[in-house]
Design a protein around this ligand. Structure first.
Ligand SMILES: [Zn+2]
Length: 220
């Protein structure tokens, strides 16, 4: 198995609503700012961790394609089928399966550093006690303001087995082009569903701008 080449996608993530990066929806602490935003340790500016972007792209594609693992009662683990016709396993790697012949995961998503904006706003959230209907524990969450922009970059690596072995088509493409089409679909799902915490409350809406594939402009 050997690497045949790579393709690079670059662009801007432009926030359309306040975005909460890091912190868990379930985490509740007392006092002060309860949910802080992830910031670069040196510049202290917010950034989008590549691992979070990649993880969200994976889970959205698993949902779109109905690919999960786990037993029938609890099918909510990432796909680990390791089948050669599974783009999830080929591109992102079979979940917790050390022994397979798909090769290394095909994409690397870089941390997306701040490009513009990046101011932090504090938003109050109330947790409602459903039994009595009153607000409990008001908490403040940090959000990166709408209008902020981050530099997005991902690398798609393709191997000889993507070209030579029978690989399924994706939107009629084969080989490296099929990988690219799959990754674009994952980016569309990411854009459709948003990033960071609290997306169900309207946080984390964004659009991709100025997208380039190996320097050539494209749109999703
Ligand atoms: Zn799979």
């Amino acid at each position: 198995m050997k690497k045949e080449g790579q393709k690079e996608i670059e662009g801007i993530i432009h926030l359309l609503s306040g975005t909460r990066i890091g912190g868990s929806d379930d985490l509740l602490q007392i006092g002060g700012t309860d949910l802080t935003c992830i910031k670069h340790p040196v510049t202290l500016q917010p950034y989008l961790p590549g691992s979070s972007l990649k993880g969200k792209m994976r889970s959205e594609m698993e949902r779109k394609l109905g690919k999960f693992s786990g037993n029938n009662d609890k099918k909510n683990e990432p796909c680990n089928c390791a089948k050669t016709d599974c783009f999830i396993c080929r591109v992102f790697g079979p979940h917790k399966k050390p022994d397979h012949n798909l090769g290394p995961s095909r994409i690397i998503v870089r941390d997306a550093p701040l490009h513009k904006g990046g101011e932090i706003e504090l938003k109050s959230e109330n947790i409602i006690d459903r039994r009595v209907g009153t607000a409990l524990h008001p908490r403040k969450v940090e959000r990166v303001i709408a209008g902020s922009e981050f530099n997005f970059k991902l690398i798609i690596q393709y191997l000889d087995i993507d070209i030579t072995d029978p690989m399924p088509k994706y939107t009629d493409q084969t080989g490296a082009d099929a990988l690219v089409e799959f990754v674009k679909a994952a980016m569309r799902e990411l854009q459709r569903t948003g990033i960071g915490g609290g997306v169900s409350k309207g946080y984390g809406e964004f659009k991709f701008e100025d997208l380039k594939l190996d320097g050539q402009s494209f749109s999703l």
